[in-house]
Each structure stands twice: as C-alpha cells, then as structure tokens.
Design a protein around this ligand. Structure first.
Ligand code: AMP
Ligand code: ZN
Length: 474
C-alpha cells in the first residue's frame, strides 16, 4: 500500500485510486515568466515519483494534469492579498517582449527540462490564458451561491467567511489573518469586504495587456482560481492527489480548496502532498534570492542532468535539501558508476530479480517515498558478491523504472536506428524481446549469443533492449 503524508490530516495516509486503477493527480505547474530552476523541478519530480510508484508497484495508471500559469500570478502573492503586478507583464516590460512570446518560450524550456530529468509528461498541460472561460463559469457559480461578490472596485472576491473550514489545510484561522501588505491592500483591493477575502477576478482597464471581457467587465483572473477551474474540469469533482511545493500550502492551496469545495459542495482533493524546498547556500532557491541553479548550469559543469534527480532521491521529499556542487558531482559519479556496473551485469547470464532487494525498495517507496532507504538497498546489492550479476541487472533495471535514472542507458545509438544493423539482426532482437517478455531467460541468452556472433551487443533497460555494434561500424 502506498502511503504519503497528507498536509491536511498531517498523517501518513493510504493512497489508492478512487476510480478503477487510474490515479488522478494534479500537479501545480510553472509560472512561465522565467526559467524553472532545479528547486522547482524538485517539486515536479515529487509528482513523478508518486505516479511511478503507482504504476510500477501497484499496477495503476496515472492521469496527470499540470497547469501552466501564463497570466494572473502576481508578483506579491505570498500574503493574504493578491496585490502587485502580474509576473508575466513585469517580465514583458523588463525584456521589452510580448508576454505570450515569453510564456511560450519558458513553457517550452520547462518541458525540455522535465524531459532531461526523466519526468514523465503530463496528460495535459492546460494554459491559464486558454482556460479563461472555465474560470469565468466557476466564478459565476460562486457568485450565484453567495460565496463570492463583486466589490466596489469591479473586481470579484471570494467571501472567506462563507467557507467555514477555511484554514484546515494550512492551520491558519480567519480571525488570526491580517492583511500583510496594507499599502497594496489599500491600493489594489479596495473593493473587498473582509481582510481575508481574495480576488477571483481582477478588474482592469483596456490599457493592460492580457485582459478578457466578462460579465464583470474587462479584467484578468486571480492565480488561485486557475487551479480550481482546471482541476475540476480536467480531473472531475473528486481526484486523488494534489501536489505542489510547501510554499503553495497557503494561500494558494487553501484558497483553491475553498473555491473548489464551495463550488461543488463536497471535498474535491482526497490527499494534499507538499514537497519541501530545495535550498542553495542555506536559503530557499528562488530567483529573488539570486541563488538559482538551472539544468543548463548543471550541464555546463559537465554533469548529467540526471545527477540532479539522483541528488533529490538522496533526501526525502518532506525534508529541505541544500544543493552544493560537491553533492551534485558526487551524485554524478555514483550515476556513472552504476551505469557502468549495469552495463557489465547486462553481459552476464540472465537471472531473476533479487527478491529481498525488490521487497526493500518496494517497502521504502510505499513508506512515504523513502527514496534514501531505497538507494541504500540498491547500494548494498551492488556490493553483494553472493548475488549473481544477472540478478543484479534485473533488479536495477526494475528499480530504475521507479528511480528514472536511465541506469541502462547505452551511449550514442538510438534503439530504433535499424539501418545500422546487419542482416537478420533485427529479427533476432525482436525474438529476444518476445523471449524476455515471456521470461524465457535461456532463449533470451541464446539469442544474445547469436546477435554477438553478428557483431551486435544488446543490453537491457527499463524500456526494453538497446544495442550497439561491437565491430565499431554503425
Ligand atoms: P512557480 O514557477 O514559482 O509557480 O513554482 C513552481 C513550483 O515550484 C511550485 O510548486 C513551487 O512551490 C515550487 N518551488 C518553488 N521554489 C522551490 C524550491 N526552492 N524548492 C522546491 N520547490 C520550489
Ligand atoms: Zn496551483
């Protein structure tokens, strides 16, 4: 049974799909006005680890939706107030570029970086700017049910006092909340009736870029309403897990919870899972702090991007981790060592997985994603001389489906480049794939020998076989 820490109950909770075998997961995504740093990516890897654990250990599929915020995330969203300027528009002005051009640029970069960290793609990446209608519908519903009102300034606000369990996620109490930014509050939220209310729709003039016409006039959406509208629309009125970084617990997720539940009349998110921050130089990695590290920086230092992923796995998701170049270099060396070992073991006669290690890794992952313990179990297997190399290979190949480290990567030759294969080799490779699927290790070994005689070396990885020419030709 997979267990994760639920921020709302503050306990380990059993995780299972509420519908059939499909785990529904919503992962708060990037705000695309700048590069995503490896701190942000740590949070995205958390969602990926949950879906991999579900798929590999429990036979579930994952339906993952991750939003792309290209409008509405204001520069000062940390307090109760939605105040300040839109992060997208600030960036557009600073760079003298169109905000949507910036958004598409960083969205593409985000997708590339997720790929470089082996984060499986989401089923959908809805963009805020393309879901305005969904948000407008939701806001209209909230006004109709008296959970929201149009303020004197033309903006629409959620009435925090209309939602009695407000604060259950973060532990905040309405009466304890006070406007954190009085100046901004006075300037920008003049129309609200209560200090803890927040804007669902911000009234704005036509001189602002990125405005839409609505029953309440021209304006743009608040950031929190985006995630309610998208999750309800794409995942339905109940879904299994919602992830994000710990900074999103309040106000973003507290407000999302209020909006969604007020709209449908019942609990929407079954489990809230938050990842702790990645630090650098002892402080939260953030653009404003000036301590960001990008995947590009890691590559520029000569490291494999997946060293970052291995580094994350050395800590638990609910612990802060401090990134250093030494730690990253260490992760890179370990990655290279394991890949070399896996390639060596791949040459040995096939053998079933080492079941004790499989159990330890399974238990560790199921126990609130205890990845450090899983790595220890694999490290011990690596060094255990009593275990056959073929068994080590199979175990690491299996574990890599959870870890996502490309441990059986062969360098330089795409698997499907069949033009470089000698006659008859393709058929033997296909036959060997079938033998492996049928767990017919004897046939699989025999076919590998036949391929070796043709000058083709095959290795096995989590996604199947890959091959290389041993005579140096392509
Ligand atoms: P943003 O692009 O700012 O909307 O952030 C995207 C995701 O990254 C959110 O889930 C944040 O909670 C998360 N995040 C931001 N900074 C960090 C950090 N230093 N470590 C881990 N996650 C972070
Ligand atoms: Zn969100």
């Amino acid at each position: 049974m997979l267990r994760l820490t639920d921020t709302k109950t503050r306990r380990h909770e059993d995780i299972a799909p509420s519908r059939g075998r499909v785990l529904t997961l919503y992962a708060c995504g990037p705000t695309v006005y700048r590069s995503q740093h490896v701190g942000n990516l740590r949070t995205f890897v958390l969602g990926d680890l949950i879906s991999r654990a579900g798929e590999v250990l429990h036979g579930w599929q994952t339906k993952l939706v991750q939003n792309v915020t290209d409008v509405g995330h204001l520069a000062d969203d940390t307090g109760i107030e939605l105040a300040g300027e839109d992060k997208m528009l600030l960036a557009a002005r600073e760079q003298n570029r169109d905000p949507f051009e910036i958004a598409r640029h960083y969205e593409a970069e985000f997708l590339t970086d997720c790929g470089r960290l082996n984060i499986h793609p989401a089923d959908r990446y809805p963009r805020a700017s393309e879901c305005i209608e969904l948000m407008v519908e939701l806001i209209a519903k909230l006004i109709e049910s008296d959970h929201a009102y149009v303020g004197d300034d033309g903006s629409v606000y959620f009435d925090a006092r209309s939602f009695p369990s407000y604060g259950a996620l973060s532990g905040n109490r309405l009466e304890d909340l006070r406007a954190g930014h009085r100046q901004d509050a006075a300037d920008l939220n003049v129309g609200k009736r209560f200090h803890a209310d927040w804007a669902l729709w911000k009234h704005a003039g036509s001189q602002r870029q990125m405005v839409w016409d609505t029953p309440w006039g021209l304006g743009f959406p608040g950031w929190h309403v985006e995630c309610s509208a998208m999750s309800l629309h794409f995942l339905g009125e109940t879904f299994d897990v919602h992830t994000g970084g710990i900074d999103l617990r309040f106000p973003h997720h507290e407000d999302e919870r209020a909006q969604s539940e007020a709209a449908v009349g019942h609990e929407v998110v079954r489990r809230w899972v938050h990842g702790e921050h990645l630090l650098a130089e002892g402080r939260k990695m953030a653009k404003s702090t000036g301590n960001v590290v990008l995947v590009d920086d890691v590559v520029a230092r000569g490291h494999d991007p997946l060293a970052v992923r291995l580094f994350y796995l050395t800590g638990r998701y609910r612990q802060q981790m401090n990134l250093t170049w030494d730690a990253l270099a260490g992760a890179d060396r370990r990655l290279a060592r394991w890949r070399t070992r896996v390639a060596e073991w791949a040459e040995a006669p096939s053998a079933p997985m080492h079941s004790a290690t499989v159990s330890r890794v399974t238990e560790a992952f199921d126990d609130d994603l205890d990845t450090p313990t899983a790595l220890v179990a694999l490290g011990e297997l690596d060094k255990d001389d009593t275990v056959a190399a073929g068994a080590k290979f199979e175990t690491f190949a299996w574990a890599d489906r959870l870890l996502g480290l490309d441990l059986a990567r062969t360098v330089g030759r795409p698997r499907d480049d069949v033009s470089a294969l000698p006659d008859g080799a393709r058929e033997l490779i296909d036959a060997r794939a079938a033998a492996r699927d049928a767990k017919d290790w004897a046939a699989s070994d025999q076919l590998r020998e036949q391929l070796a005689n043709l000058g083709v070396a095959v290795t096995d990885g989590p996604d199947g076989q890959s091959w290389s020419r041993t005579d140096g030709s392509r």
